[in-house]
Design a binder for this molecule. Sequence first.
Ligand code: IMP
Ligand code: MG
Length: 336
Amino acid sequence: MSCTIIVGGFFGDEGKGKIVAHIAHQDRPSIISRGGVGPNAGHTVCIGDKEYGVRMVPSGFVYPEAALMIGSGVLVDPRVFLREVDLLGVRDRTFVDGRCGVIEEEHIARDRASEHLRDKIGSTGTGCGPANSDRVLRTSRQAKDVPELADYITDVAEDVNCALDEDKVVLLEGTQGFGISLYFGTYPYVTSKDTSASQIAADNGVGPTRIDDVIVVFKAYPTRVGEGPFATEMPVERSHELGIEEFGTVTRRQRRIGTWDGKMARYSAMINGCTQAAITGIDRIDPACFGATDYDRLTVKAKDFIAQAEKDIGKPVTLISTGPEMSQIIDLRGKL
Ligand code: IMP
Ligand code: MG
């Protein structure tokens, strides 16, 4: 059996989606299950020549053999969910835990009308904060109360634990990033829940003793979207000089860009219980590394960067992403 958690180490948008997709194709999980907050997170997929922000279905959906699940800790927006399963053609292999909290239109309206959430915190306006607050007040509906979701309902905790009992491979996919954890992040400029690996396990009903690996994904140049402190943020002019410009998948807002934060990486690796790390965007540290699939093809500059990151994190960097395509990755797992 093997159970791996994949989480973001900085402020989200580290490129977890691609890392999950790569690991899925290599490790052939029978289940890829999502933890995290809800449809405030997103990853961009291209279907034909159109781009879509996928917000509910796990990003591992590109691996066609796995069942896709949403753990009971996650909030489900039935409208977003139903649109996505259709769009992605994953109706027959997608499941939602009956205990998931439900986002109603009214939660979205409250999120968007709230000066505190919208203006001060810079929320994504997807209703997650108000829905989680109603869930804590125990007034909100659960996924099993929504007739439109009836075909998708399962007990994710049971399914995942049974798969592990049968020696199968399971990936638990986190969302957002460590820095916006409600418990450990830059409160109050955080999301409405913890985002660390322990929470992702809990969201899926998997006990801590069943986790084999925690892969924390760090971005060479971290980004932050929304308000709140960002210790290594660089002036916009500098990021333009470097040719870095990014926009949020869900909100389309421009992301703030920063340089590597060794102190945050260390703290994040500690709380996540990191066993190995992934670094994305190494081609931004040195464009000569673009597309490399072999460690020996990395430049001295890139290798020095990774060596420093390993020192900061205190664990090996086993996955190095060198470009946006799935194939543009160096995978050192099992080689160390
Ligand atoms: P909320 O989660 O929509 O309430 O937003 C709270 C804060 O978390 C805001 O600063 C958002 O920009 C940020 N946030 C929420 N989800 C994500 C994400 O997936 N990536 C990056 N930032 C996020
Ligand atoms: Mg994202």
